[in-house]
Design a protein around this ligand. Sequence first.
Ligand code: S3P
Length: 450
Amino acid sequence: MEFRVKRAPRIEAEITVPGDKSISHRAVIISALSNGVCVLRGFLPSDDCLRTVQAMRALGIKIEHPEPDMLVVHGKKRLLTAPAGEIDCGNSATTMRLLAGLLAGQSFDSRLVGGATLSARPMDRVILPLRKMGANIVAEGPNETAPIKIHGVKLRGVRHDLNISSAQVKSALLLAGLFSKGKTTVHEPSLSRNHTELMLNYFLVRTVRDEDEATSIFGDQVPESRDFAIPGDISSAAFWLVAAGAQPGGHLLVRHTGLNDTRTALLGVLVRMGAQVREAIEEVDQMEPRGTVEVTGAPLKGTVIQGKEIPQLIDELPILAVAGALASGTTIIRQAQELRVKETDRIAAIAHNLRAMGAQVVELNDGLEIHGRAQLRGARVASFGDHRIAMAFAIAGMFAEGETIVQDVECVRESYPGFEKALDEFANPKRGRLTTPVISSLTPAKVDEE
Ligand code: S3P
């Protein structure tokens, strides 16, 4: 399957996006550990999140799926049972890493396998700290890669000082901590998305944030069953926010999206680049802030993205690189070496595709230097099997002369089922369908210093 994209008409739209991927994984796992029935609404029925659902079913949890975005999870008070066979995590690193933490402290053995790309991704980042807690885990692939064989044992809580900011690693260790004796503490160099912490708290599991910003959890707590509504995924909204923001006169409202401030650094970057961005948090009563974002487009200018911002917009870097190509001056992305170990080497993939479309790009070890403003021309580009590369270059095609063909886009199902339909609607807007209400409660998005 491929996307064929032409220069888009002016954007004037109001949209919602499917449920947040990170939050969907966590909602399934934590409700499965709870002491009763939890109804999850807004669940993202993507390939990745369905892997987590299947995994929890394999561990003895009854999960009904009455509607595409609704799950009924029958929590069994932390009681998981040995899976009948290996657990296939597909292409979902979040499933594999979070489950490695969850399964290390169980009273049974398990084996986690994945597809070809997941099997090439680093797992030592969860395996090594879990071993510090006493875990008996063997990576069967070369250099500590999947398959992962776990011999369940009693874990002990320890302090982890991580050398990378990774929400997947932090979450794996907190889940392991829930099944450990004593206190488990996780310190990361700078704060990554905190959905696990918030969701544990929402399910009445106590975590403590220390003065040095480390998070601690005590073992043996039982999550209290509750219903939860998953907000829209700001990382999916990001594609449309950039499209509207880079189009002078473009205007977009995204409703019911997650606005957790460990995920919204993208908005600050768009403001720095010259777009007008306003956000309104309309609800926080389930711990995860959610609301509306409004973007008004402008001629963008280049910016520098690095440091603490990186973990808080790691998934938005492909689309921000496209914004950089559309901006005047230079956009520099540094300290983003994590991009090299995502679904593909995203630094190489972005550089390759942007060059194919006529942009001037320097590939750095830990990022990119993009010289704008590029007159993008339509080209045949590859997804590299990576959903965010596929979607970022579909948006690039909306700004290019001629036709852009993005190849092998099935991978988009991993995070954004319905992207193709939305792309078609942006390309062929139906007059009168979209509304543009004025929201007086919107406040300017926070701008972080460069
Ligand atoms: C995720 C964390 C991030 C992110 C991924 C989802 C999560 O990965 O890139 O898409 O749900 O915890 P890392 O933890 O590897 O940074």
